[in-house]
Design a protein around this ligand. Structure first.
Ligand code: CP3
Length: 353
């Protein structure tokens, strides 16, 4: 463990928090809850702050990134902040031409498709991550005993954007490359692993108390492809931070068939999307790890009675796991009424852990 003695996980601020207790498989004082994409367009205070400022620019201004991270913690009383940034920030900081186009997602100036393209990828310099370190440090200062979760994109999800050059449905480009030119694929996946790993390490060292690897698009892969062409790179990304001793979470969507393989890259907690009930996910994992999930975002606009019954069902299914951190099965949809999220948090906290 090389976190400094004044790190929130080391100086007594967050180690006993409900989130970190549950991530470590213990019995928390209340059932912890946070939401993927809790910061963002569902909040009017976010839209006001972002007025006229590009998404990636806002991520690289420490004062803005910090304030946006804190907004949902103040409003909803969730058990964690998730650092406001994006999985493509390490690409941007390495000098790659990438932007986030509103309503579309990450778009690259030039896709990365050949061995020469991969060889020409720039190295992410440690000093380029300074705005990230500064934003995290400002944020944990304000968060006090509430832990901050750092994150990074998993190599497959990042490489999917890099090969396609933009969001795609089926991720044919990267899935072709891993078979047609496995050496180039491996070099690209390793580049992405190292960039993501360093991005996550910067957040953890600067004060984040846990880390989540997002492999949002891993569900487009069969198990054999995942194990052979993807899992080693995901493990390599996490090798950058394992010595720090902070709990690590692994999440993807459409990954019901991949849960065991995703655990086996070496994580403490598995995130489950909305497709698989948590008791079944726990059965597939043999009761080995705490689970995070999995309120269906589609139910957030449903009548309260319908949503409440669903949330209670998620908690009951989560009881099967060694420990449970409540989340959504994917991110908060931008049109979500934020008062509903606060009500969900209050409901969860009112129930015996
Ligand atoms: C696939 C992925 C991306 N980025 C991310 C993932 C993995 C998680 C997931 O599956 O959702 C990760 C991410 N992106 C963002 C966060 C912040 C923390 C959080 O609150 O969860 C996190 C953890 C902010 C963001 N990242 C983005 C927004 C929206 C930007 C805006 O406000 O206009 C936010 C708040 C942009 C983004 N960035 C990306 C997409 C697909 C988009 C949406 C594009 C759109 O619909 O406009 C790539």
């Amino acid at each position: 463990m090389t976190l400094s003695a004044s790190h929130p996980l080391m100086d007594g601020r967050t180690a006993g928090s409900p989130l970190i207790t549950a991530y470590r498989g213990g019995a928390p004082s209340r059932r912890p809850v946070w939401f993927m994409r809790q910061a963002g367009r569902s909040l009017p205070e976010y839209r006001a702050l972002r007025e006229g400022i590009g998404m990636l620019d806002s991520c690289l201004r420490p004062d803005l990134a910090s304030e946006i991270t804190l907004q949902p913690v103040r409003r909803h009383g969730v058990d964690a902040g998730i650092f406001f940034s994006d999985i493509v920030i390490p690409l941007k900081l390495a000098g790659i031409d990438v932007d986030i186009v509103p309503g579309v997602g990450p778009v690259l100036g030039a896709p990365v498709r050949t061995a020469a393209d991969v060889r020409a990828l720039p190295k992410l310099e440690a000093s380029a991550l300074d705005p990230i370190r500064e934003a995290v440090a400002m944020t944990v200062e304000q968060l006090g005993t509430t832990p901050l979760i750092g994150f990074a994109g998993a190599p497959f999800t990042l490489a999917a954007y890099m090969v396609e050059g933009r969001p795609s449905r089926d991720h044919l480009g990267p899935r072709t490359m891993m078979h047609a030119d496995p050496e180039t694929w491996q070099a690209l996946a390793n580049w992405a692993a190292d960039a993501s790993g360093e991005f996550l390490r910067a957040q953890l060292e600067a004060g984040a108390s846990a880390g989540q690897l997002f492999d949002s698009w891993a569900g487009s892969l069969g198990l054999a492809d995942y194990q052979r062409h993807v899992a080693p790179a995901s493990s390599r990304a996490l090798n950058h931070v394992r010595d720090l001793g902070a709990p690590l979470v692994h999440f993807g969507t459409g990954t019901s068939e991949l849960l065991v393989a995703m655990r086996d890259v070496g994580v403490d907690v598995v995130g489950v999307d909305y497709r698989l009930p948590l008791d079944e996910a726990n059965r597939r994992l043999g009761g080995t790890v705490p689970l995070q999930g999995n309120i269906d975002p589609a139910l957030l606009p449903a009548p309260w009675e319908v949503l409440e019954e669903h949330v209670r069902g998620v908690l009951a299914a989560g009881d099967a796991a060694p420990a449970h951190v409540v989340n959504l099965g994917h991110g908060v949809p931008p049109e979500t009424d934020p008062t509903v999220l606060t009500r969900v948090v209050d409901l969860i906290h009112s129930i015996e852990p």
